[in-house]
Design a protein around this ligand. Structure first.
Ligand SMILES: *Cc1c(COP(=O)(O)O)cnc(C)c1O
Length: 389
């Protein structure tokens, strides 16, 4: 930790030393018994993490965007209607990918910091027969948390396959595929799953796999086609090797270590810890007099916070000043409000110490930028919240 900045962006995050050690171990062959065991176990644990008892897990070399790509490529065919519940940057990307595979994407949008209401979504669902409906669980460009349970229930009632982009949520926010009726969900290793960038993780429900198996036209991507990957995932789960493309051996060893830690902590305890860290950060931000992008606390994510710059302070001054104080934060991402806010990631192995260091660095940066506030008031609010239990 000496001589380097604390990385508090919405991915990649700070990683646990045991995970990094697995990454640095000598690489085994992809047919080695120890690797078969690690990959098989990682697939089982992925299924548990997504809370989808009969789901089909896939772990692929690539980023979260590969998760988006592979789900769209396999679940839509040219001419299908897709409803995109669009809360920002990654909803736009989802629409682009759906259209690349020939679907007609209908976006239902809201102002940055809000999300479409259930009534808006139901009205949209009535306008056509939608093959799929996509939801961004935590919109990383606004910090908005959507009501996946309510939305998935609606989507299912209207016969759509429900796809969830959980890249900024899985392993930090509760996402219960079985209980909520989600058909496909994905994430990336570098966010709350806590492994350096390079893996896409996804789980597909029985209904989703049925839709894939009964599709009438070929999947329009070679690398993303589940016909290639399903035999590989099934084989490794049976602790037998099958080759299609060389697995990312070290990343998968590291993933298995991280998933072991996640399940050891327990999903409920982990989600509660994320809520607690999030409330501490948000208490500090509010005490400093900064607003946030999400319109209210009920729709604010627990894996990240999106504070607005106070008047008179610009991001091009503040973010580097916070960096000089030892913490790396991210600027805005949503095109409409890019220069109005910044982003703090607090997911995965995040600790109280990280939260306090981050607020301290933000206060230092604000002071350097000439913002007037009572020194220490942000960290004090977080300390008070944390001390209260
Ligand atoms: C980060 C992110 C992605 C994209 O993941 P990459 O690994 O950068 O490709 C997609 N959706 C959401 C919600 C994200 O936060």
């Amino acid at each position: 930790m000496k001589n380097r900045s604390l990385l508090m962006i919405p991915g990649p995050i700070e990683f646990d030393p045991a995970v990094l050690a697995a990454l640095g171990a000598p690489t085994t062959g992809h047919l080695a018994p120890t690797f078969m065991e690690a990959f098989g176990q990682a697939l089982e644990r992925t299924r548990t993490l997504f809370q989808c008892a009969k789901g089909q897990p896939f772990v692929l070399a690539g980023t979260g965007t590969l998760g988006m790509d592979t789900v769209c490529a396999n679940l839509v065919a040219p001419g299908d209607n897709a409803l995109v519940i669009n809360t920002g940057y990654f909803g736009d990307r989802m629409g682009t990918i759906l259209e690349r595979y020939g679907a007609k994407a209908t976006h239902i949008r809201s102002a940055p910091g809000a999300h479409p209401t259930l009534a808006d979504v139901e009205a949209a669902l009535k306008t056509a027969a939608f093959k799929v409906m996509t939801i961004t669980h935590v919109d990383t460009s606004t910090g908005v948390l959507t009501d996946v349970k309510g939305l998935a229930d609606l989507g299912r009632r209207y016969g759509a396959l429900v796809i969830v982009d959980g890249v900024c949520s899985v392993a930090g926010e509760d996402l219960n595929m079985d209980a909520w009726g989600v058909d496909a969900a994905f994430t990336a290793s570098q966010k709350a799953v806590g492994v350096p960038p390079g893996l896409a993780l996804l789980v597909v429900s029985s209904r989703g796999m049925e839709a894939f198996k009964t599709r009438k036209t070929p999947v329009l991507s070679y690398y993303s086609d589940w016909s290639n990957w399903l035999p590989v995932m099934e084989a490794y789960e049976a602790r037998k090797p099958v080759y299609f493309g060389t697995p990312a051996v070290n990343l998968i060893f590291a993933l298995n270590v991280s998933l072991g830690q996640i399940l050891q902590e327990g999903l409920d305890a982990r989600f509660a810890r994320h809520i607690r860290m999030s409330r501490a950060v948000k208490a500090g931000i509010t005490a400093l007099g900064l607003g946030q992008v999400p319109q209210n606390e009920e729709i604010a994510a627990h894996t990240m916070t999106a504070p607005r710059y106070p008047s008179g302070v610009s991001g091009s001054d503040l973010i580097p000043a916070i960096g000089k104080a030892g913490v790396t934060l991210a600027g805005g991402l949503h095109a409409e409000i890019r220069n109005e806010y910044f982003r703090i990631g607090h997911m995965g192995a995040v600790t109280q110490g990280d939260v306090l260091a981050t607020l301290g660095a933000i206060e230092t940066g604000l002071a350097v930028c000439g913002y007037k506030f009572e020194s220490g008031v942000g960290t004090a609010a977080a300390v008070k919240f944390l001390a209260a239990g």
